[in-house]
Design a protein around this ligand. Structure first.
Ligand code: C5P
Length: 224
């Protein structure tokens, strides 16, 4: 049986980095579900599809040709119709648009089917907003990461500056707040911790401390 670990939380909570490291450490597959919403946002922009056209958006979500791969330098890369779109993927504008499309149930349904296909082999670490509540409700372990808005905006700022994006911390704080608002208030699959999730506030923790804590929980629960 494939073991499933879900790591949910808001933007900047550290779930992406921790999930990738954890999957690596355990030799599990990794699903960055946010990347699917982001790549849909890129595909829709390129095809000039209106953000209100739910039918067309869900068709693209179902059929777009997406590939996740690890480059020879060990970087996580995303290909859309064969083209490397990793740079566009991480832009804050892509994330903001993704969270608009993510509010449509048709789009979520189409992407859920794709997300469930990642559960194969020994195990999967899946990160996102609704991995533990909707996509993998029977997961073996559910983690919910949080951090203060200040800290999350700072982390996003650092990440984007390192990628060469021209952003201001103030503007990012507003964007993180707006995305939180959209993600927690939407009707379908809002961002919320699963009842059986273990919550960790990572505001004062380093990535390695979070990883270590999750590994301890896995050990303690004799998950493997
Ligand atoms: O995690 P990331 O910032 O890459 O996600 C981008 C957007 O995609 C989120 O703000 C959210 O609206 C949406 N998303 C979602 N459900 C997921 C993952 C991401 O609604 N499981």
């Amino acid at each position: 049986m494939t073991k499933i670990i879900t790591i949910d939380g808001p933007s900047g909570s550290g779930k992406g980095t921790v999930s990738r490291l954890l999957a690596d450490k355990l030799g599990f597959h990794y699903l960055d579900s946010g990347a699917l919403y982001r790549v849909l946002s890129i595909a829709a922009t390129r095809r000039k599809v209106d953000t209100a056209n739910r039918t067309e958006l869900s068709l693209i979500a179902e059929h777009m040709d997406v590939m996740f791969k690890t480059s020879t330098q060990g970087n996580f890369e995303v290909l859309l119709e064969g083209e490397n779109v990793t740079r566009d993927l991480r832009m804050e504008t892509t994330g903001a648009r993704a969270s608009q499309l993510a509010a449509y149930p048709e789009v979520r349904d189409a992407l859920m089917k794709r997300q469930r296909l990642f559960a194969r082999g020994d195990g999967l670490v899946a990160d996102g907003r609704d991995m533990g509540t909707v996509v993998f409700p029977a997961a073996d372990l559910k983690i919910y990461l949080t951090a203060s808005i200040d800290e999350r905006a700072k982390r996003r700022y650092k990440e984007l500056i390192e990628k060469g994006e021209d952003v201001s911390l103030r503007a990012l704080e507003d964007q993180v707040r707006a995305r939180d608002e959209r993600d927690t208030k939407r009707e379908v699959s809002p961002l919320v911790a699963a009842e059986d999730a273990i919550e960790l506030d990572t505001s004062d923790m380093s990535v390695l401390e979070v990883l270590d804590t999750v590994l301890h929980i896995i050990d303690f629960k004799r998950l493997l």
